[in-house]
Design a protein around this ligand. Structure first.
Ligand SMILES: Nc1ncnc2c1ncn2[C@@H]1O[C@H](COP(=O)(O)OP(=O)(O)O)[C@@H](O)[C@H]1O
Ligand code: SF4
Ligand SMILES: [Mg+2]
Length: 301
């Protein structure tokens, strides 16, 4: 146990006591995890019911916007099968190094500290990765315990779609996670997947910070008229029906796709657009966590 833990007055921290039946290895891992995460003030998971709704885009832009607001931010790519955070941040091909017994996160624009399985795959980033459950669970725990995150205001975690091993392990390992941002697209079928994510949060005791509706309408660049390609309002209606805060609606914006392709967070482009204002709205709710205000004070649609 570290010196910090030995002198820490906390009487409730799980790092201190060995659990019944816990072997040395499990106890030490749990201690390292608690110590490491103790220096991270807020942990926010980004979830979605299914893939392709823009969850990684939302996670990357939330993290970048928090860093722009002067926060110390880490971004953990918890998607073991399709890690796309490195690509969206222009960090493809980078390899993480180990220093003093810990993996050093790769630094992105704005001082963002990033970790992804993509940085550990060497020169084969496109390898089809088939991890079995226990291996994924072990990797996730090591991402929390053995990465040199340092002191952070926020750790944003991009979870794979659905409610599998990764989010469950994260919730069990992060006893004090602030909650989840749930991303959906507006159409009803996507919204029904989100209901599953909400039920998951309820079951594992994870607070829902709110719903983000992505790809919410398209503003024609020629005439300015709004076209609801995937319909609109499904996320907002669901938020209202379930009493969960609605954090914002991000329109389809061609520059978001371009930004992803060139590996730059959209919010760092400095655009003054409906999409950038929508991201500001989403992030303002998350910044309230650090101001000690409840996110529930965000818009409750
Ligand atoms: N609001 C948006 N406008 C335009 N393109 C978007 C938007 N949100 C996401 N995209 C694009 O959609 C694709 C899938 O997004 P991604 O974040 O990887 O989805 P997920 O993580 O949910 O699978 C990416 O190419 C991304 O650039
Ligand atoms: S992990 Fe943090 S709260 Fe727990 S004993 Fe160590 S310093 Fe104290
Ligand atoms: Mg993704």
């Amino acid at each position: 146990m570290s010196e910090k833990c030995q002198t820490c007055p906390s009487s409730t921290c799980s790092a201190k006591e060995r659990r019944d039946g816990e072997n040395d290895q499990a106890y030490q891992l749990r201690q390292r995890m608690a110590e490491r995460m103790c220096a991270v003030h807020h942990k926010v998971l980004v979830l979605s019911g299914k893939g392709g709704v823009g969850k990684t885009t939302v996670a990357v832009n939330i993290a970048a916007a928090l860093a722009r607001a002067g926060k110390r931010v880490g971004l953990l790519d918890a998607d073991m099968h399709g890690p796309s955070v490195p690509r969206l941040l222009g960090l493809e091909g980078r390899e993480a190094v180990v220093k003093d017994g810990a993996v050093v996160p790769v630094e992105a624009e704005g001082g963002l500290k990033v970790m992804s399985i993509g940085f550990l795959l060497g020169r084969e980033p496109d390898t089809a990765i088939i991890w079995r459950g226990p291996v994924k669970i072990g990797l996730i725990r090591q991402f929390l315990a053995d990465v040199a995150w340092g002191e952070l205001d926020y750790l944003v975690i991009d979870c794979p779609p659905g409610t599998g091993d990764e989010p469950i392990t994260l919730v069990q390992s992060l006893e004090d996670a602030d909650g989840a941002v749930v991303v959906t697209t507006p159409q009803e079928v996507a919204v029904s997947d989100v209901r599953r994510s909400l039920r998951f949060c309820q079951k594992v005791g994870l607070k829902v910070l709110g719903i983000v509706e992505n790809m919410s309408g398209f503003l024609c660049p020629h005439c300015g008229e709004r076209v609801d390609i995937f319909r609109s309002g499904g996320g907002r209606r669901l938020a209202k029906a379930t009493g969960v805060p609605f954090l914002g609606a991000i329109p389809v914006e061609p520059d978001i796709t371009i930004a992803s392709d060139v590996g730059k967070p959209y919010v760092n482009l400095g655009a003054n657009s409906p999409a950038s204002r929508a991201f500001d709205e989403v992030v303002s709710s998350i910044l309230k966590l650090d101001d000690g205000l409840a996110t529930a004070q965000g818009e409750s649609a």
